[in-house]
Design a protein around this ligand. Structure first.
Ligand SMILES: Cc1cc2nc3c(=O)[nH]c(=O)nc-3n(C[C@H](O)[C@H](O)[C@H](O)COP(=O)(O)OP(=O)(O)OC[C@H]3O[C@@H](n4cnc5c(N)ncnc54)[C@H](O)[C@@H]3O)c2cc1C
Length: 419
């Protein structure tokens, strides 16, 4: 009998895993279970052009409707998995029925971290985005709690739609968890120039509502912000409860996900995991994903590339996950593109011009290039990905010189015979 692959979670990682499994020759049954009613769709536009009304809902689906038939993927919407029985190799669904698997993939993603604020809006899925888009149509003054990427993208979108926007951030700078200080400063200034107000180092102390709607937010310094819409963007938590309750190993890092090795394998050989729900150790590391160095990356790139690794593992082609991480964010006319992980950088080089709003920041530890953030320099972002993928390390002096031919240098470095 042909094997059955059951995938839990029908978004980037789940859909890519199904597509790649077919591409790599998996000929058994593929069942893609998703609790959401909508066909798998793109999330990034939800905080950007979808919110400003420039990206129609019809353009959101990740795959054409024909994909599921053509690739023989049984996509089941509005289907929630409530339990995994590893002994029987079965998943139990919300309606009490069960489904047998030979291979199981966990692509359950993440959900928003919440605050005890009734009446606030969040943004993770299409249902949230529809609600927020509707409410923002009449909103005059908006408070965004959280100055991470989602919070800032929402702030930019609603500001562009004409609302007064204040961002409240508990840390001393925006993007504190994910970006370097120079990039944070640049982004803060870009928002300030657009008229967005910031309250840094501040937390919400109390709320005041009238007729069921929040109309004032009180901060921990006593300041009161009047508003007619509150959006909370304070990060996500991985959906790991299914994995946890069936005894799979978890990463020990705070907010960690399901521990997987470089081949996306969990502690059960029949189960892989990929995307926002999974923690892995970078390829070549001597430790495993329960270690403090484990990474859980929340990005489209990571979901897609880890899903490909997981699919390869399922068909018995062990290919370690070693893709260069990359991410993007659009705010106003700024295209921010990040490549690599800058954790532990000791110095950086600026290439281009902050004033012209076209530049890249190259982060180094010693002589090693770790990561590159680009603003309105999409071609340089692509070069940065090539540098990082090829383990190529130009000097700080070279990259600081805008006249230095980075593209030519990469071409030479990649054709040079190795010593
Ligand atoms: C508004 C927004 C903007 C973003 N912008 C960017 C960006 O610009 N660039 C970028 O790289 N990334 C961006 N991201 C992040 C990116 O969308 C995520 O990293 C990506 O969606 C992760 O994909 P995933 O498949 O791992 O998980 P998810 O997309 O979270 O999908 C998991 C799916 O599993 C389902 N599920 C969970 N549990 C169960 C269960 N028990 N049974 C059935 N189904 C279940 C969930 O309902 C969900 O549909 C953004 C995210 C959001 C929300």
């Amino acid at each position: 009998m042909k094997p059955t692959l059951v995938i839990i979670g029908a978004s980037y990682a789940g859909t890519q895993l199904a597509a790649s499994a077919r591409e790599y020759g998996f000929d058994g049954r593929i069942v893609l279970l998703g609790e959401e009613p909508d066909a798998p769709y793109q999330r990034p536009p939800l905080s950007k052009s979808f919110l400003t009304g420039q990206f129609a809902e019809a353009r959101l689906p990740l795959r054409s409707p024909a994909f599921f038939d053509e690739e023989r993927v049984e996509w089941r919407p509005s289907t929630r998995v409530t339990r995994i029985d590893r002994d029987r190799r079965e998943v139990v669904l919300h309606d009490g029925t069960s489904l047998r698997y030979d291979h199981l993939a966990l692509t359950t993603g993440a959900r928003v971290r919440t605050l005890a604020i009734e009446g606030a809006f969040y943004l993770r899925d299409l249902a949230d985005a529809r609600r927020l888009a509707e409410a923002s149509r009449t909103a005059r003054s908006v408070v965004v709690i959280g100055g991470g990427y989602i919070g800032l993208e929402v702030a930019a979108s609603l500001r562009q739609s004409g609302a007064e926007v204040t961002v409240v951030e508990a840390e001393s700078r925006v993007l504190a968890r994910v970006a370097s200080e120079p990039l944070s400063t640049f982004v803060l200034e870009a928002h300030t120039a657009q008229g967005v107000q910031f309250r840094l180092n501040r937390k919400v102390a109390a709320l005041h509502a009238r007729a069921g709607h929040i109309d004032t937010i009180e901060l921990d310094d006593g300041a009161r912000l009047s508003c007619d819409l509150v959006v909370v963007g304070i990060g996500v938590v991985p959906n790991v409860e299914l994995a946890q309750s069936c005894g799979l190993r978890m990463a020990s890092t705070p907010g960690g996900g399901v521990a997987v090795d470089a081949y996306a394998r969990t502690s059960d050989p029949a189960i892989v995991a990929a995307g926002d729900c999974a923690s892995f150790v970078p390829h070549g590391s001597a430790t495993d994903a329960t270690d403090a160095s484990a990474l859980r990356i929340e990005s489209v790139q990571n979901a897609n590339d880890m899903a490909k690794t997981a699919a390869a593992t399922i068909v018995g082609r062990l290919e370690p996950y070693r893709a260069v991480p990359w991410f993007w964010s659009d705010q106003y006319d700024l295209k921010l593109q990040m490549a690599g992980l800058n954790t532990g950088w000791t110095h950086y080089a600026l290439r281009g011009s902050l004033e012209a709003r076209k530049f890249s920041l190259f982060y180094f530890r010693g002589d090693a290039l770790l990561a590159v953030d680009s603003v309105n320099r999409p071609q340089e972002h692509m070069l940065a990905r090539k540098l990082l993928a090829g383990d190529l390390h130009p000097t700080q002096q070279q990259v600081s010189d805008d006249a230095f031919d980075l593209k030519g240098w990469i071409a030479q470095a990649t054709t040079r015979p190795s010593a």
